[in-house]
Design a protein around this ligand. Structure first.
Ligand code: HEM
Length: 208
């Protein structure tokens, strides 16, 4: 199976045929992994953030009901959300250069890991934030964003784009609100530049 590249992903979004082009099931590479319980759950939290715990085993529970992942169509929907997010990010001149400057290999790694991260936040059963589809470790948020000099406004832009994508992909506002703390809690590990505004300025050329 050919691994995704940014252009393939973004192109698929533009063609509004993301799910079918990416291929449902292509990236479901971790369906039978051990559930993140006990020490594993701690390792999972460490792998994503030094300061925030996200996701769980994906089991239904009395307080929260069935996992959002299941409610919205399963892992394939998580892939579509992240593919749509990538399309939005490369079209968003505030942050596009962070992503278009990556090699195809780094783009694919980011895509794979972000799908798993969203899947864990949405409680897809048996999915862990562990490795990309080539087996490379998905790093914690502090390590993976170190040196990128991401500003608060850059973080806000990505979150705005994600919210729009989730809305477009049919996720109810109440459910978006319920997962927001898990993502917003990562801010402290990702934002390393306290300067105002976006790091990358939108010019007449727009995104890219
Ligand atoms: C809630 C917000 C965010 C989440 C959940 C998130 C998640 C991730 C994940 C899972 C990775 C891959 C980890 C790895 O390399 O193993 C990653 C890498 C990356 N992220 Fe984020 N991210 C967020 C915010 C941002 C923002 C605001 C920017 C820039 C505007 C950004 C830019 C990048 C870049 C450029 C990489 C690739 C770094 C590299 O490969 O060297 N991220 N992110």
């Amino acid at each position: 199976m050919e691994r995704p590249t940014w252009k393939r992903i973004a192109g698929a979004v533009v063609a509004t045929a993301v799910a079918s082009l990416i291929g449902v099931g292509c990236y479901i590479d971790n369906p039978n992994a051990a559930k993140p319980t006990g020490a594993d759950a701690g390792a999972y939290a460490d792998a994503t953030s030094d300061s925030a715990t996200v996701g769980d085993s994906g089991e239904p529970d009395a307080d929260r009901g069935p996992p959002l992942c299941t409610k919205y169509g399963g892992y394939a929907t998580m892939e579509k959300v992240v593919a749509d997010l990538f399309g939005a990010l490369v079209a968003d001149c505030r942050v596009s250069r962070f992503f278009t400057g990556l090699t195809p290999e780094r783009q694919a790694h980011l895509y794979d890991c972000l799908v798993k991260q969203v899947a864990v936040v949405m409680r897809c059963p048996d999915i862990r934030y562990d490795v990309d589809n080539a087996g490379a470790e998905c790093r914690d948020m502090k390590t993976s964003h170190k040196g990128l000099s991401i500003r608060g406004a850059d973080f806000d832009a990505l979150v705005q784009d994600l919210v729009v994508v989730l809305q477009k992909d049919g996720v109810a506002q109440a459910d978006i609100d319920s997962i927001a703390p898990s993502l917003l809690g990562l801010r402290g590990d990702i934002v390393t530049n306290s300067a105002p505004g976006n790091a990358r300025v939108c010019d007449a050329g727009g995104g890219g």
